[in-house]
Design a protein around this ligand. Structure first.
Ligand SMILES: Nc1ncnc2c1ncn2[C@@H]1O[C@H](COP(=O)(O)OP(=O)(O)OP(=O)(O)O)[C@@H](O)[C@H]1O
Length: 236
């Protein structure tokens, strides 16, 4: 059965200008993301992974090319439309959690829930990530792994159609990193979402259904993983 495309990036370019210097972060590159898949994007530092993820999530706009979410073109969308896309359709998980420090775990999640018409129940999601008991703790009272679990809860409470994770294990030790990958895999199964993970850690590619590899601003290879491994079986 042909797979349906959720997000299509066609011939995307992005150049950053810093004073006199221009950095071509993406060079006419293309990638489709299928509905319901777990896609891992691998590449060395500076290859353009985060830039691509930010464009996917409507955080930034390309200089050239086309981005289509389902049937909606995002490339020339008005700012308001792009804001609604970010709020309703996309969940983000970043390397450094980005929680609001003076809100508790539950309040961080509840704030995100307010952005959408039909969120999941905050307490249910906190249970899913194993943090219900610590719902009234502030980020500074939580470990890195726990903060990342709150960040995942905050992302999925909106029931996003697309969950974008930028180096979600990058700041965590091996065991905690694996626990976070297991959690991402579990929430994806429970909520049947589409998940994209960007990382330089090639081992994480083992759990993906497809792996896209980036080099120097381009997706240079996309491969299908016939037997994705459960997160507990990957090693680095
Ligand atoms: N806001 C910005 N301003 C200027 N240059 C930028 C900006 N963001 C990214 N770049 C440059 O664009 C290129 C691609 O960066 P990007 O962060 O997308 O790569 P990456 O593969 O995610 O790298 P890393 O794994 O180190 O995060 C790099 O050369 C980077 O220095």
């Amino acid at each position: 059965m042909p797979q349906e495309v959720l997000l299509s990036l066609k011939n995307i370019s992005k150049t950053y200008t810093m004073g006199e210097v221009q950095v071509e972060a993406l060079k006419e590159t293309s990638l489709d993301i299928y509905k319901g898949e777990l896609l891992v994007i691998l590449g060395p530092s500076g290859s353009g992974k985060s830039t691509l993820l930010n464009l996917m999530g409507g955080i930034d706009r390309p200089d050239g090319g086309e981005i289509i979410f389902d049937t909606r073109p995002l490339t020339n969308a008005r700012e308001k439309e792009l804001t609604l896309y970010r709020r309703r359709d996309v969940g983000f998980v970043f390397q450094f959690y980005n929680l609001i420090p003076d809100l508790t775990a539950a309040e961080n999640v509840a704030l995100a829930a307010e952005l959408v018409a039909e969120p999941l129940a905050v307490d249910e999601v906190l249970r899913d990530v194993g943090l219900f008991e610590r719902r009234d703790h502030f980020p500074s009272q939580l470990s890195g792994g726990e903060q990342q679990r709150v960040a995942i809860a905050r992302a999925i409470v909106k029931r996003p159609r697309l969950l974008l994770c930028d180096e979600p294990t990058g700041a965590l030790d091996y065991e905690t990193g694996k626990m976070i990958l297991k959690l991402l895999s579990g929430v994806r199964e429970k909520y049947a979402g589409t998940v994209v993970i960007v990382t330089h850690n090639t081992a994480i590619g083992g759990m993906a259904e497809r792996v896209a590899r980036m080099r120097s601003g381009q997706v240079v290879d996309v491969s299908v993983n016939a037997c994705p491994l459960p997160p507990e079986r990957i090693d680095w």
